[in-house]
Design a protein around this ligand. Structure first.
Ligand SMILES: Cc1ncc(COP(=O)(O)O)c(C=O)c1O
Length: 385
């Protein structure tokens, strides 16, 4: 296989790996690199999964996913969107990443164009190229205040556009598309007969005063929409590898064919355990959100007082995308220097798009004490000295 340049090593992992090596040498490491909640998976999910394992859910499931779980997902989405999805419109996948990749692989054909909104989730370009090596990626770059440049968006669409891959709430900026922006994307997708693949993994982690507009609310685009979602962030289940896609049945059916040949099905007892997510109140989420909101309030205020960083307070999720132009170096060099001098692991902005080489991403999904320590160390940090 010829690996396109987009299919390089994930920079998020590269820096996390370097940090781990320093840790193994006994150095103090503050990990603000990977986006992994420090919360615990809710007990009701753990208990239901152990019960499923002991109860014999240790064999293959339907490749598309356990009908019981798909029904719960469809019902929950229908309640939220006022839609009429059925079990056949849902596929359960090993993580949200797999859902996004399968959706791309199901719709893309040679020489298609795919629109990404930059900064984008680090794996999107690689996913596009793995799904269809000849596909052309067209970036729509957000403005410096992280709002959508409508003219650039309009100019990105044409008759070769097969899909737009959207991630709102967004990693890495923590921005949320407004209802008007969502509706503009819908209008352009309809006009150009393009699919919308919407990764809504951070939809539950929204801070006060902001709202998330799901593409699922728009029944008129049902045939061109795939929503990818899951529990990695909302239920602190990153290691479980569980996600799903819900959307146009023609695409979901193709995604199922891919899954049949690639991983057969998502782990059966995990799927059974995940049914508990829908059978219990997600009361922990309010706690997560208020804790994250406290952290982000602190981090935003303190970071903006420092020499090298300028940032906009995120509206959702758990990342802070800080402008490091004041340091006068590229993001890889900056992150390497910061790691070496302070032990703080972050992710270089270039990982999220070529236009973001003057930015660095910090995760605030770590205890407050860790953020306080990081700020303390950054106060004394001088680039290059
Ligand atoms: C936008 C986005 N999509 C997908 C994922 C991955 O989700 P999962 O671990 O469920 O595959 C992440 C994780 O950071 C993400 O930020």
């Amino acid at each position: 296989m010829i690996f396109a340049k987009e299919v390089g090593e994930s920079l998020t992992y590269k820096f996390a790996q370097a940090a781990n090596e320093m840790k193994a040498q006994g150095k103090e490491i503050i990990s603000l690199g990977l986006g992994e909640p420090d919360f615990k998976t809710p007990d009701y999910v753990l208990d239901a999964t152990v019960k499923a394992m002991n109860g014999g859910f240790t064999h293959y499931s339907a490749t598309q996913g356990l009908p019981e779980l798909r029904k719960l997902i469809a019902d929950s989405c229908n309640k939220a969107y006022g839609s009429d999805y059925t079990v056949n419109d849902v596929i359960v996948t090993p993580g949200i990443k797999a859902a996004v990749y399968f959706a791309l692989a199901a719709v893309l054909e040679p020489d298609d164009e795919v629109i990404l909104i930059s900064p984008y989730y680090v794996s999107y370009p690689a996913m596009v190229k793995l799904a269809e090596p000849t596909a052309k990626i067209v970036n729509v770059t957000l403005r410096e205040d992280f709002t959508l440049d409508r003219e650039m968006l309009k100019a990105a669409f044409n008759k070769r556009t097969k899909a737009i891959l959207v991630n709102s709430p967004n990693n890495p900026t923590g921005t949320v598309l407004s209802k008007e922006e969502v509706e503009l994307i819908i209008a352009l997708a309809e006009e150009n007969d393009a699919y919308i693949i919407s990764d809504e993994v951070y939809e539950k982690l929204i801070y006060s005063g902001y709202t998330h507009t799901s593409f699922g609310l728009y029944g008129n685009i049902k045939n061109r929409l795939v929503i990818c979602n899951g529990y990695s962030k909302s239920h602190a289940m990153t290691g479980w590898r569980l996600g799903y896609a819900i959307g146009a049945n023609s695409i979901i059916a193709k995604m199922n064919k891919l899954q049949q040949h690639i991983n057969t099905n998502t782990c059966t007892f995990i799927q059974k355990g995940a049914c508990a997510i829908y059978q219990n109140e997600a009361s922990h989420i309010a706690g997560y959100v208020s804790e994250l909101e406290k952290r982000i309030g602190f981090f935003d205020t303190e970071l903006n007082k420092l020499d090298y960083f300028a940032g906009i307070k995120p509206k959702a999720g758990f990342f802070y995308f800080a402008d490091i132009s004041a340091a006068g170096v590229d993001s890889n060099t900056f992150c390497a220097d910061l790691l070496k001098k302070t032990g703080i692991a972050s992710t270089p902005g270039i990982a999220f798009g070529p236009e973001w080489d003057r930015y660095v991403r910090f995760s605030f999904a770590v205890p407050m004490s860790t953020l306080e320590r990081a700020i303390g160390l950054m106060k004394n940090y001088k680039y290059g000295k």
